[in-house]
Design a protein around this ligand. Structure first.
Ligand code: ARG
Length: 467
């Protein structure tokens, strides 16, 4: 047991207590950030004359050696240390002797851990953003290729009106684009440095907090030292943004699972992204989509857990805050993994255009257009609605689509129908006439796709995190 705080104590810590308290099993995840933060701190101490240049260089060299050895696997992080901070400091002293004991001058583990977690999370935000960008690129490709792929659009999971696959994918494009914008917002708010806050009240050393903030690529230091050590808002915001990403992925997965079912057969998931059954030889299961849908729950869980942990904590640092790591780490790994897998699955999926079209044709998705046809010829909409309703009933009894009826059959219900009804209710017409902005009609869709393309082309769309 290697501890940083033995001086005040007369008895050894109980083994169970020690293990309950320790965080090394999970905070080793940010060993790199811990070392980088220490390097910045040491450079600042020397700049301020608190350490000599020689002391600075020896400490920096020691820290660099630890980083390299951990990275190469030569140095193992073991649980004989309480946390990653103790591990690094003990190793440093082991390597360079007493001068290593000066590293922690003017610093507390409270501002140190606040810094490490913020640096780690900032990197995660960037990586998640990049993964979402890849997903948007796949969505854009599918949109470009399917401006004329007609399918039924649903409300209440009942066929409603014909749309195109491009239009359907475009809806998800908007969702994941908003997810990125949320990440950019969070980044802008979180990118301030807690280092130099000390335990809670700053220090009596003349620290230059602007300088460390700059070295670590922050916009500046956090304004209030008590807030700096006890703020976890940025993590809660990020967990909430990840929860929304997962909610979007989960809805998409639900659709893919439905579309992949024997009943729909709108898509075929690539073999590489499907799994079989140990007993039923005919099965090809959408396990990846189901798992992504399923894992959404644990990301929500991490958000709820941290919100609950934080709600009763008085200022400033309290040990409860150590709980800000395990579940958020899991949520970050889960969300990134799900976005990457989902992107691969979507990129390789086959869309059964024939099945989609057939489904649109046989679901009376053109019934609204048949009613609109009558309205254009002077029939009040409510009457037109009734007339087409009767026609639909007539079709259902005979297992027909509206397009299959003869003109005589139409005219038996309303004499207003003419030969041009067929053209008016063809699926192509139904889609192409929908030209309001954001609708599936080809011209409207082309504009939408152009906007998506422009968004992805910009290197730094909207308020992209300054790097
Ligand atoms: N492992 C601790 C955490 O994650 C580090 C900070 C400890 N600070 C303290 N005063 N005990 O929060």
């Amino acid at each position: 047991m290697a501890q940083l705080w033995g001086g005040r104590f007369t008895k050894e810590t109980d083994q169970l207590v020690y293990r309950f308290n320790a965080s090394i099993s999970f905070d080793q995840k940010f060993y790199r950030q811990d070392i980088e933060g220490s390097m910045a701190h040491v450079k600042m101490l020397a700049k301020q004359g608190i350490l000599t240049e020689e002391e600075r260089d020896r400490i920096l060299k020691g820290l660099q050696g630890i980083l390299e050895d951990v990275e190469s696997g030569k140095l193992k992080i073991t649980d004989e240390y309480e946390d990653i901070h103790s591990f690094v400091e003990a190793n440093l002293i082991g390597r360079i002797g007493d001068v290593g004991k000066k590293l922690h001058t003017g610093r507390s583990r409270n501002d140190q851990v606040a810094l490490d977690m913020r640096l780690y999370t900032r990197q995660e935000v960037r990586e998640t953003d990049e993964l979402l960008k890849n997903l948007l690129q796949v969505l854009l490709r599918i949109m470009e290729e399917n401006k004329e792929t007609i399918m039924p659009g649903f409300t209440h999971l009942q066929k409603a009106q014909p749309i195109t696959l491009a239009h359907h994918m475009g809806a998800y494009f908007e969702m994941f684009k908003r997810d990125r914008l949320r990440l950019h917002d969070i980044y802008e708010r979180m990118n301030y440095c807690p280092l130099g806050a000390g335990a809670l009240a700053g220090t009596t050393y003349p620290l230059d907090r602007e300088y460390t903030a700059e070295l670590l690529d922050f916009y500046g230091p956090m304004a209030n030292s008590m807030d700096a050590v006890s703020d976890r808002d940025y993590l809660i915001e990020y967990l909430s943004a990840m929860s929304i990403v997962m909610m979007h992925l989960s809805r998409f997965c639900e659709e893919i699972i439905l579309w992949n079912s024997n009943e729909y057969q709108f898509v075929e998931i690539d073999d590489a992204y499907s799994t079989g059954s140990s007993i039923m030889p005919q099965k090809k299961n959408p396990d990846i989509a189901e798992l992504v849908r399923g894992k959404t729950g644990r990301v929500y869980g991490a958000l709820t857990a941290l919100l609950t942990t934080m709600k009763g904590i008085p200022l400033a640092y309290n040990k409860d805050m150590q709980e800000d790591k395990e579940l958020p780490f899991d949520a970050m790994d889960t969300t990134k993994g799900c976005i990457a897998l989902f992107t691969g699955m979507l990129d390789t999926i086959t869309f059964r255009k024939d099945r989609m079209r057939d489904s649109a044709r046989h679901g009376f998705t053109n019934a609204t257009d048949a009613a609109d046809y009558l309205v254009k010829r002077g029939v009040p909409f409510r009457d037109a609605h009734g007339i087409v309703g009767r026609l639909v009933l007539y079709c259902i009894d005979r297992s027909k689509a509206l397009d299959d009826l003869t003109l005589e059959e139409y005219r038996a219900v309303s004499p207003v129908f003419e030969e041009d009804i067929y053209d008016a209710i063809s699926l192509e017409t139904c889609v192409d006439k929908r030209l309001t902005a954001g609708a599936p009609g080809k011209e409207a869709m082309e504009k939408e796709i152009e906007a998506c393309r422009a968004y992805l082309k910009e290197d730094c769309p909207d308020r992209c995190p300054r790097k």
